[in-house]
Ligand binder design. Structure first.
Ligand code: C2E
Ligand code: CA
Ligand code: CA
Ligand code: CA
Length: 275
């Protein structure tokens, strides 16, 4: 029985070692992902719910690894954040997204996810400014999506950076609204231009009275503060109907368009040439 326990422990140590090694391996591979051209962006349309018109696209990072295949950002972003490579990767995303958006019709915006590490890196504002200059994208057409976890790390620093970013003319959206610890006080403390309600609330809005009540309340807060609200993860027509009835302005989700390479949306990004 004793040796059983020891074996279990040895096995535990061994598998821990494997986990650490495979994480180190992924960190290592991520450093080469840019030069090896393994990263790409998928875009997902953001649509006005009253007219169905596309008003912007969210850029979603994709990593296609020669052996691992497509790795989910939910898996590799945390690894990149921990190793710090998210700063370089995030710059690549911003540059690619702004360069792409500069070729779209000039009323279409691009939303880019920015992680905590990136937001708090010393040159973030200057990097954003330089990318806007290099790509020629009008600043108001770039929106950065920030989650609460990115803000709570160092509130004062985050506030300073968001103010600098906004002074450039760039928009700021609060991502995953409702999933953090103090969404309401953060909404008041930081200068957001938009609220994105997390998909977990939207998914059950048509079946769960509590979720419906919460979403209605968030829409009321948005109206009161004069901030547009975007519903994330809209998958069914019942969800869409609820949101339209409650006057939610913007939606995003599989029902309205799955993320994909930008050429798939050529009809929605095209410049309308004046006749
Ligand atoms: P997020 O910012 O909340 O992005 C929305 C996620 O929901 C995306 O997953 C999107 O593909 C997915 N989604 C869209 N519509 C639907 C729907 O109708 N139903 C369901 N079930 N899912 C839907 P994805 O692309 O796997 O990204 C996961 C997360 O990884 C993102 O969550 C974001 O936090 C992070 N991420 C993605 N790209 C970047 C990036 O460039 N930088 C950083 N820092 N994070 C990123
Ligand atoms: Ca997002
Ligand atoms: Ca989300
Ligand atoms: Ca549902």
């Amino acid at each position: 029985a004793k040796s059983d326990g020891r074996d279990t422990w040895r096995h535990f140590e061994k598998s821990m070692g494997q986990e650490v090694r495979s994480r180190r391996m992924m960190e290592h591979e991520l450093r080469y992902a840019i030069p090896r051209e393994e990263l790409s962006l998928a875009y997902q349309p953001q649509k006005k719910l009253d007219t169905g018109e596309t008003i912007g696209f969210e850029a979603l990072l994709r990593w296609s690894h020669p052996q691992r295949g497509n790795v989910s950002p939910a898996v590799f972003i945390p690894v990149a954040e921990e190793s710090g490579s998210i700063v370089t990767i995030g710059e690549w995303v911003l540059e690619r997204a702004c360069a792409d958006a500069a070729s779209w019709a000039d009323n279409i915006t691009v939303a880019v996810n920015v992680s905590a590490v990136q937001l708090h890196s010393p040159d973030f504002t200057r990097t954003v400014h330089e990318i806007l200059v290099r790509t020629g994208l009008a600043p108001h057409r770039l929106e950065i999506e920030i989650t609460e976890t990115a803000l709570v790390r160092d509130m004062n620093r985050a506030l300073t950076t968001l103010r600098q970013i906004k002074a450039l003319g760039v928009k700021v959206a609060m991502d995953d609204f409702g999933t953090g610890y103090s969404s309401l006080s953060n909404l008041r403390a930081f200068p957001f231009d938009k609220i994105k309600i997390d998909g977990s609330f939207i998914r059950s809005v048509d079946t769960n009275p509590q979720a419906a009540t919460i979403v209605k309340a968030v829409l009321g807060i948005g109206r009161g503060l004069g901030l547009p609200v975007l519903a994330e993860g809209v998958e069914t027509s019942a969800e869409l109907e609820f949101l339209s009835k409650e006057l939610c302005q913007i939606g995003q989700g599989y029902l309205l368009g799955r993320p994909g390479p930008i050429d798939r949306f050529a009809d929605q990004t095209a410049q309308n040439m004046p006749k």
